[in-house]
Write a protein that binds this ligand. Structure first.
Ligand SMILES: NC(=O)c1ccc[n+]([C@@H]2O[C@H](COP(=O)([O-])OP(=O)(O)OC[C@H]3O[C@@H](n4cnc5c(N)ncnc54)[C@H](OP(=O)(O)O)[C@@H]3O)[C@@H](O)[C@H]2O)c1
Length: 260
């Protein structure tokens, strides 16, 4: 039987590219994302790219508690060899004026769904003494994000949670990896209304490149991987910088700039 990988947010962007790498590596895929049409079209592209790949699709809004419960039950039953917790989205604006419903859905997707899916598969992985979990964080995991306050806080959670699980599972045969990309060409910036910010006007990575780095780190069982040399340097410098200054720099990066 081929190994099984469950990937959330697999319809597009980084999640799609990770699903493609897993398929090429011989995995059966269980794909989850919100929009049915986008998910089915991604599955069709994957079947064309990797003939013979077995794909099961679940068009589910992970922010919906019933949808999440359904996916968690399926995940526990399937006992995947690999879980990729990639589904997530951001938002932009002063916290006093952003939509509470949108932010509640962001926390439910980026934090609750990621946590509950890990809970659904980890006991089985530990019993079998094998398994890999990849949680997608961000460079935003390392600093507060003025004007993207809730998003950055959800990604700080992803990093802290992943590092804790990596330590809890050390030596068990199960590994937990946090993939922390910087700005990447996907639908993310448009959905988050962040396309006009300074951070997306600088160098922006390709989704395929980010997925490859994440996949290699997953295979190697690394606990954290930050994408990009400049991002790694910046995050190293943050360790020696007072948090107040880090917030200030972050505010500048997240400010909107006039179109080029
Ligand atoms: N792109 C960047 O600059 C960047 C940087 C750092 C970290 N990240 C992180 O990378 C991950 C992947 O994002 P991406 O850049 O590839 O963005 P993307 O192209 O917008 O893809 C996001 C994926 O997540 C799915 N998704 C979002 N909300 C969902 C929900 N409530 N329920 C189920 N599926 C949901 C989307 O499905 P639908 O299309 O069906 O909604 C889509 O498949 C996210 O966790 C994001 O925070 C992105």
């Amino acid at each position: 039987m081929r190994p099984c990988a469950l990937v959330t947010g697999a319809s597009t962007g980084i999640g799609y590219e990770l699903a493609l790498l897993l398929a090429r590596d011989g995995h059966r895929l269980v794909l989850v994302s919100r929009d049915r049409e986008r998910l089915e079209s991604a599955a069709a592209r994957l079947r064309a790219e990797v003939p013979g790949v077995a794909i099961e699709t679940h068009p589910v809004d992970l922010a919906d508690p019933d949808g999440l419960e359904e996916v968690c039950a399926r995940a526990a039953h399937l006992a995947p060899d690999v879980l990729v917790n990639n589904a997530g989205f951001g938002g932009y604006g002063p916290f006093a004026r952003t939509s509470p419903a949108e932010e509640a859905a962001m926390i439910a997707t980026n934090v609750t769904a990621l946590t509950m899916l890990a809970k659904a598969v980890l006991p089985g992985m530990l019993e079998r003494s094998t398994g890999r979990i990849l949680n997608v964080g961000s460079t935003a995991s390392f600093a507060p994000g003025p004007f993207a306050a809730v998003y950055a806080a959800t990604k700080a959670y992803v990093l802290s949670f992943s590092e804790a699980l990596a330590e809890e599972t050390r030596g068990s045969g199960v590994t937990v990896t946090a993939l922390c990309p910087g700005p990447t060409h996907t639908r993310f910036a448009a959905r988050a209304s962040m396309g006009g910010t300074r951070v997306f006007r600088g160098p922006v990575a390709q989704a395929g490149e980010v997925a490859r780095i994440g996949y290699d780190a997953l295979q190697a069982g690394r606990s954290v991987v930050v994408v990009g040399r400049v991002n790694r340097l910046m995050l190293f410098a943050i360790r020696f910088t007072p948090r107040r200054i880090v917030a200030l720099i972050s505010r500048r990066e997240l400010s909107e700039v006039a179109p080029a």
